[in-house]
Design a protein around this ligand. Structure first.
Ligand code: 26V
Length: 819
C-alpha cells in the first residue's frame, strides 16, 4: 500500500502543528458562522469542527481511492441495512490527532468542549448489536488499512427515540437530519437506476427485465477515519429519488396525488429504519428498501471494477461482497441479473463470480427471525429476480438429489422455496448456496448453527461454515468512552505499540494485578466514571444514586431471551430480603437498566413497565434506605452506552444458554473493568476462557442442559412450589405489590412463567441468586474486586474488532492484512 497512508506517526502532531490546527479551527468558525468564535453557539462549534474534520478526511479518502485504483487492490464491500455509528466528532478528532487543538480552541472561546461534542446527534441507523457491529467493523477496516466500503441506506429517521410515560415506553421519531448532517458528502454523480415491477421479456437467447417503476439512487458518503493511519473507509449510504418527480399529464388533469406518486414512492424508501427486531417484517416497503440497497451497491462496485479492470471475469477475485445477515440477500439474484442480463455473462460464469465474491454472516438462531418473503410479493416487485432464484434453486437441488436420491423430505428442507402454505423464498438458504463462506459470530453460536438451523446444509456443504467471533473497537469503547482508564493504560503500558491499535498488549496488565497502587488507581478511575453516571441519572431522572454502591448494569434490547425479567426477579428477592432484615449489613446496590422494546413486542413493553413499578416501590421504601436502587435510563443508544459501560461494576449477560449469538456489550463492559455475571452463552464463554472462569460469576444451565431439559419436559411450576424465595417473588408481582392501582397488571406475565417459561427463568433463578451472593462477597473486598477487574481487562485483548476483521480478511475475504 501507498507508504504515506501507513505513516505510524500520524497521531504525533508537534506542538506547533497543534497550535496551527487550533488557530485554523477558530478562523474557520469565524468564516462559516459569520460571527466571532466566542459568540458562536455550541451547534455552530460542533458543525464547524465537523466540517474541518470532513475536509481533511475527504483529502484522505481521495488519496486512498487513487492509491487503490493504481494498485488494482482488492476491496471489501460490507452490505448492511444497519450502521449504528453514534456520534462522529470525538472519534474523528482522535483519529486526526486534533483533540488538543479542538479543546484549546473551544476553551479559548469560552466554550466547554464536552458540551460541544454533546450537541451532535447520534447517527442511530440500526436496531442493536448487528448494526453496532457493522460500525465497529468499519473502524477496524480503516485502521487495518483494508480498502473497504460499507454500503447502507440513508434513513431520514433512525431508530426511534424512547420516551417513558408513567413507566410505559412510547416511540418518537428520531429526527437526526433536522439540522442537516455536517459529515456527509453528497455525490450526485454517483447515480444508479433501480427498477420495480413490470415483466420479463425474451431478448434473443436471454431474458430481460422491463420494470414499470423506476427510481434513482444517489450516494451520500460518510468517511470513517482509521486510527494511526491515513487510511479511511467509506460508508456509502443510498438516497432514492424519483426519476420523474412530477407526472405533468396527471398534474394538468388536476390529479395532484397521481402527479406526485412517483416522488412519494421514492421518498418512502428512505423514510425510516424498520425498528422491529422481534417480528419478521413482512412488508413490501422493507423489501423495496433491501432491493435499493443491493442494486445501487452492486452497480456501484461493478462500475468501479470495470474502471479498474475493464472486464468482469475478475470480479470475484477483486471484490469481496459481504452480507450482514440475510437483509441484503437479494444481492444474489441481483448480481446474477447484472452479470447475465446487463453484461452478457453466461449462467455458469456468473454463478462462479457470485460464489467467489459473496459471503454471509448469520447473527441469530431464533427460527422466527429467519427472513422469508412471499413468492407473490417477489413476483410482483422483482419478477426477473424470482426467475433467477428458481434457476439457482433448480441447479442446487439437482446436485442435492444426486447425493440424496429418494429423500424428498431432505430436498424440501434445503430448498430455497418453502412450499408449505403460502409459498415463500427463504433468504438464508439463498445466501448459503450462493456464498463461499457462511460464518457465525461466536464459537458456540457457530457450532449450534451447524447443529440446528443449518444442519442439513452443513451435512452437504461442511466446509462452507466457519466461525468468526465478534469484537468491538477499543478506540470508541475504551479510549473515547473511558479517558480515565485509557490514561492509566498509557502510563502502565506506554504507547509503542499503542494498545489502541494493538489491544493484545492488554495481557501485559495481568502481572500488574498484584500491584497495589494499580488496583487503587483502577478503583479511582471507576469511581470517577460512576460519579459521571450518577450526575447523568440525577439530571435525567432527578434521582440520587450513591457512586459507592455496586453499579449492576443490564443494557441491551429488551427481549425475553435476554432475560431482563430474571434480573427483576432477583431485585424483588433482594428487596424482600432487605425488608425482612433491615438491620443487616447489605451491600448497597444500584441496578441500572436501559434498552428499547420493539414497538409491537407487548411482553417486552410489559417488562419495562414492571421495572418502573418495582423501581418506584423499592426506591421509596424507608426500610431499604437507599441500599437498593433501581434505575431505568430511557433511550439507550451508542452515546448513552459510552457513559454506562465505563461506570459499571457488574455486567449482566444472563440470556438463556444457546440463545445469544454472541453479544458485544459483554465485551465493552469487561474492557472497561466490569466483572460479569452471566450464563455460559455466546461470546461470554470465550471471554471467560480468555480471562479465567474463576474471574467470572457464571451460573445456570449450559446450552446442552437447556436442550436436555426441554426434551425431557420442563415444569416451571415445580420450581415455584419447591423454592420459597421464588414463590414469594412471583406471588408479590402477581398479586400487585408493585402495581397497587391495578393489582392484576402482571398476573398474565407471571402465569406465563408458571405455565410455560420458554426461556427457563425459573430453572436458573436459584443459581442466579447464589451467584449474586458471590458478587456481594467479593464487592466487600474492594482490593480483591480490583484484582479481578484488572485480570478481566488483561484478558480482553482478543476481543478487539481488529482481530475479528483480520480473521474475516484472511479466512473469508481472501485479502490478508499486513502487520
Ligand atoms: C433477534 C430475534 C430474537 C427473538 C425473535 C426474533 C428476533 C429477530 C431479530 C433478532 C436480531 C437478529 C440480528 C441481531 O441483531 N443479532 C445480534 O447480532 C449481534 C452481532 O453479531 C450479536 O452480538 C447478538 O448476540 C445478536 O443478537
Amino acid at each position: 500500500m501507498n507508504e504515506s497512508l501507513t505513516d505510524p506517526d500520524i497521531l504525533g502532531l508537534s506542538d506547533a502543528d497543534k497550535r496551527a490546527a487550533s488557530a485554523a479551527l477558530l478562523a474557520r468558525i469565524e468564516r462559516e458562522s459569520g460571527r466571532t468564535p466566542n459568540l458562536s453557539s455550541l451547534d455552530t462549534w460542533m458543525r464547524t469542527a465537523a466540517h474541518a474534520c470532513r475536509a481533511e478526511l475527504a483529502e484522505r479518502m481521495n488519496q486512498c481511492l487513487r492509491a487503490d485504483r493504481q494498485a488494482k487492490a482488492k476491496r471489501v464491500h460490507y452490505l448492511s441495512m444497519e450502521f449504528l455509528m453514534g456520534r462522529a466528532l470525538s472519534n474523528a478528532l482522535a483519529a486526526l490527532g486534533l483533540e488538543t487543538a479542538f479543546r484549546e480552541a473551544a476553551c479559548a472561546a469560552g466554550r466547554d468542549p464536552g458540551a460541544v461534542l454533546e450537541r451532535e446527534p447520534d447517527a442511530a441507523l440500526g436496531n442493536g448489536g448487528l448494526g453496532r457491529l457493522a460500525a465497529c467493523f468499519l473502524d477496524s477496516m480503516a485502521t487495518l488499512g483494508l480498502p473497504a466500503f460499507g454500503y447502507g441506506l440513508r434513513y431520514e429517521y433512525g431508530m426511534f427515540a424512547q420516551r417513558i410515560h408513567d413507566g410505559c415506553q412510547t416511540e418518537e421519531p428520531d429526527d437526526w437530519l433536522r439540522d442537516g448532517n455536517p459529515w456527509e458528502l453528497h455525490r450526485p454523480e454517483l447515480r444508479y437506476r433501480v427498477g420495480f415491477g413490470g415483466r420479463v421479456v425474451s431478448d434473443g437467447p436471454g431474458r430481460r427485465w422491463v420494470p414499470n417503476e423506476q427510481l434513482h439512487a444517489t450516494a451520500y458518503d460518510f468517511i470513517v477515519p482509521g486510527h494511526g493511519t491515513r487510511r479511511v473507509a467509506v460508508l456509502r449510504q443510498w438516497q432514492a429519488a424519483p426519476s420523474e418527480p412530477i407526472d405533468y399529464a396527471a398534474f394538468s388533469r388536476g390529479d395532484h396525488a397521481a402527479a406526485g406518486a412517483a416522488k412519494q414512492a421514492a421518498e418512502r424508501i428512505n423514510w425510516v429504519l424498520y425498528p422491529d427486531d422481534s417480528t419478521p417484517a413482512g412488508r413490501q416497503l422493507r423489501l423495496r428498501q433491501e432491493y435499493v440497497l443491493v442494486s445501487a451497491s452492486l452497480q456501484d462496485l461493478i462500475a468501479r471494477h470495470l474502471a479498474d479492470h475493464g472486464r468482469l471475469t475478475s470480479l470475484g477475485d477483486k471484490a469481496a461482497i459481504h452480507l450482514n445477515d440475510t437483509h441484503p440477500a437479494l444481492a444474489v439474484p441481483e448480481l446474477l441479473r447484472l452479470l447475465i442480463d446487463e453484461h452478457g455473462m453466461s449462467w455458469d460464469a456468473a454463478l462462479a463470480q457470485c460464489r467467489q465474491a459473496l459471503s454471509y454472516t448469520n447473527h441469530t438462531l431464533m427460527p422466527e427471525a429467519l427472513e422469508t418473503w412471499p413468492l407473490s410479493m417477489l413476483e410482483e416487485l422483482l419478477p426477473r429476480h424470482l426467475e433467477l432464484i428458481f434457476q439457482l434453486n433448480a441447479w442446487f437441488l439437482n446436485t442435492v438429489r444426486r447425493s440424496h436420491p429418494n429423500d424428498d423430505a431432505f430436498v424440501a428442507r434445503v430448498s430455497v422455496i418453502d412450499e408449505r402454505g403460502e409459498r415463500r423464498v427463504r433468504m438464508a438458504p439463498l445466501s448459503i448456496i450462493a456464498s463461499h463462506r457462511v460464518n457465525g459470530v461466536s464459537q458456540l453460536h457457530s457450532e449450534l448453527m451447524v447443529e440446528t438451523i443449518f444442519a442439513d446444509f452443513a451435512q452437504i456443504l461442511p466446509r462452507r461454515f466457519c466461525n468468526v467471533t465478534n469484537g468491538v473497537t477499543p478506540r470508541r469503547w475504551l479510549a473515547q468512552a473511558n479517558p480515565s482508564l485509557a490514561s492509566l493504560l498509557d502510563q502502565r503500558l506506554g504507547t509503542s505499540p499503542n494498545w489502541r491499535t494493538h489491544l493484545e498488549r492488554l495481557s501485559e496488565l495481568a502481572p500488574l494485578a498484584n500491584d497495589e497502587r494499580l488496583r487503587a488507581e483502577v478503583l479511582a478511575a471507576k469511581l470517577h466514571n460512576k460519579q459521571r453516571l450518577a450526575e447523568l441519572v440525577r439530571r435525567e431522572l432527578g434521582l440520587p444514586i450513591d457512586p459507592h454502591s455496586l453499579f449492576d448494569v443490564h443494557i441491551k434490547r429488551i427481549h425475553e431471551y435476554k432475560r431482563q425479567l430474571l434480573n427483576v426477579l432477583h431485585v424483588v428477592a433482594r428487596f424482600q430480603a432487605i425488608c425482612a432484615a433491615p438491620e443487616a449489613d447489605w451491600v448497597p446496590r444500584t441496578v441500572v437498566f436501559a434498552g428499547k422494546a420493539a414497538s409491537a413486542y407487548v411482553i417486552a413493553k410489559t417488562i419495562i413497565r414492571l421495572i418502573h413499578d418495582v423501581a418506584r416501590v423499592v426506591n421509596s421504601d424507608p426500610r431499604v434506605d437507599g441500599r437498593l436502587r433501581v434505575v431505568f435510563l430511557p433511550n439507550y443508544g451508542v452515546s448513552l452506552g459510552e457513559v454506562l459501560f465505563p461506570a459499571a461494576d457488574l455486567s449482566q449477560q444472563i440470556s438463556t444458554a444457546g440463545t445469544e449469538a454472541s453479544g458485544t456489550g459483554n465485551m465493552k463492559f469487561a474492557l472497561n473493568g466490569a466483572l460479569t455475571i452471566g450464563t455460559w452463552d455466546g461470546a461470554t464463554i470465550e471471554m471467560a476462557q480468555a480471562v479465567g472462569r474463576e474471574h467470572f460469576f457464571i451460573f445456570g444451565l449450559d446450552a446442552n442442559q437447556v436442550s436436555e431439559l426441554r426434551t425431557n419436559g420442563y415444569e416451571p411450576r415445580a420450581h415455584y412450589e419447591n423454592e420459597p424465595k421464588l414463590k414469594a417473588v412471583l406471588d408479590a408481582i402477581a398479586e400487585g405489590s408493585f402495581s397497587p392501582n391495578e393489582t392484576d397488571r402482571y398476573r398474565g406475565l407471571v402465569n406465563t412463567l408458571l405455565n410455560r417459561d420458554a426461556y427457563l427463568l425459573l430453572a436458573d433463578f436459584a443459581d442466579y441468586l447464589a451467584a449474586q451472593e458471590r458478587v456481594d462477597t467479593l464487592f466487600r473486598q474492594p482490593d480483591e474486586w480490583a484484582r479481578h477487574a484488572i485480570l478481566n481487562i488483561a484478558g480482553m485483548g482478543g476481543f478487539s474488532s481488529d482481530r475479528t476483521i483480520r480473521e474475516y480478511a484472511r479466512t473469508i475475504w481472501n485479502m490478508p492484512v499486513h502487520g
